[in-house]
Design a protein around this ligand. Structure first.
Ligand SMILES: *Cc1c(COP(=O)(O)O)cnc(C)c1O
Length: 379
């Protein structure tokens, strides 16, 4: 008798041999520019907490207050008992930040992408996605049953070529892209994408996960950064990065949101966001509006580090995500370990997440100049 689970060991061995094996590291204490890793304080370049809000006392207090008023769990799916006034308040705050008619809050950004993509297209439809899109967009495409074709990263000519070849064979078409690419830090060419979507009667979905609160004059994201506010788009994002909480959203026209409330399975059939997460995210949006200096400080840090690291193998970036290229997964792991010993927490990102190995740095508004200098002298 062969044990039906014995393939698991073999599969893990293969992962080890390729140096692709991953494991979790426990971080102690509150999030911030300095965190405790394996009992030792390290400068944190591994977090998505771009504005330093995840440890902010005001978010913590909002979460505590909401827990006391509404309890720990939301107790049901949004269409049954899981929707409270505070969920609606958050949706209104998101719509205001994104300057859209409405917004819908999901339990995570991953679920927002799965739900939106699979509701908007089906078997008779086409999805054209950037090759470097986030996993949630790629999995959403599979779940939808549509024909999914990747175009080369940020390559409008390739996208146009593929639209010419395939568009007319399908009913609806959805073009999907990250706005800030999460593993590279570069931006999608949004104005060109809007123009091509219009030329080919296609919907355009932009995933603003790493852009919300960071890009644009008021933190509205890449849509604001590129002066495209008001264009009819499907905007997705997360509450778990610059907003320091947990959850995801879709923002867009009132009719889009009304449709998703009726058709997005990952919203209809899952429990509503917890009161604590909901209230913390609403407070974060309030702070983002009131304290533009946080975003300004973040950009000063980005510009300083980019200038100092420019002689290294820096990948092109226009965001708080800066990547340093390394030739092999092993070299990236060694570099990450060397940095940890120097008190710098900067993860190695390897295949299959990305095509080439790298050290990925993400900057925060709350990094001090001395933190950045420590990184520069240790690299
Ligand atoms: C982080 C991320 C997500 C997922 O968001 P969660 O709220 O963490 O599930 C989706 N898309 C992109 C581009 C991301 O970077």
């Amino acid at each position: 008798m062969v044990n039906p689970y014995s393939w698991l060991d073999k599969s893990l061995e293969t992962i080890h041999r390729a140096n692709w094996y991953r494991s979790v590291k426990a971080i102690a204490g509150k999030p911030g520019a300095i965190v405790e890793l394996a009992g030792k304080p390290v400068v944190n370049f591994a977090s998505n907490d771009y504005l330093g809000l995840a440890g902010d006392e005001r978010l913590i207090q909002a979460a505590v207050d909401a827990t006391q008023a509404y309890g720990t769990g939301s107790t049901g799916s949004p269409l049954t008992s899981g929707h409270k006034d505070l969920h609606r308040d958050l949706e209104k705050a998101i719509a205001s930040l994104k300057q859209t008619e409405d917004a819908l809050v999901f339990s995570s950004g991953y679920l927002a992408n799965l739900g939106a993509v699979s509701a908007l297209v089906g078997q008779r439809d086409l999805i054209l996605g950037d090759l470097y899109n986030h996993s949630s967009l790629k999995k959403g495409a599979i779940l939808s049953g549509a024909t999914a074709i990747d175009y080369q990263h940020n390559d409008i000519a390739d996208l146009r070529y593929k639209l010419i070849e395939h568009r007319s064979l399908y009913r609806r078409c959805l073009i999907a892209t990250d706005s800030v690419f999460s593993m590279d830090g570069d931006l999608c060419p949004l104005p060109e994408l809007i123009a091509i979507a219009e030329d080919f009667q296609s919907m355009l979905l932009v995933d603003e996960a790493h852009a919300t609160g960071v890009m644009g004059k008021t933190g509205g994201g890449c849509v604001e950064h590129f002066n495209c506010t008001g264009t009819e788009l499907i905007q997705i994002g997360t509450l778990s990065k610059a907003l320091g909480s947990l959850g995801g959203y879709v923002a867009g026209s009132a009719v889009l949101i009304d449709f998703l409330r009726n058709r997005a399975a990952s919203w209809i059939y899952t429990t509503g966001l917890s009161p604590a997460d909901t209230a913390a995210a609403t407070k974060a949006i309030e702070i983002i509006k009131q304290e533009p200096q946080r975003r300004e400080q973040l950009w000063q840090n980005i510009n300083y580090l980019k200038q100092k690291l420019s002689s290294q193998d820096l990948l092109p970036s226009e965001s708080p995500i800066l990547c340093l290229n390394l030739n092999t997964p092993k070299a990236a792991l060694n570099k990450s370990q060397q940095l940890t010993q120097a008190g710098i927490f900067a993860p190695a990102i390897r295949p299959p997440t990305v095509p080439t190995s790298r050290i990925r740095l993400s900057l925060m508004a709350t990094h001090q100049r001395s933190h950045l200098d420590r990184l520069i002298s240790s690299y």
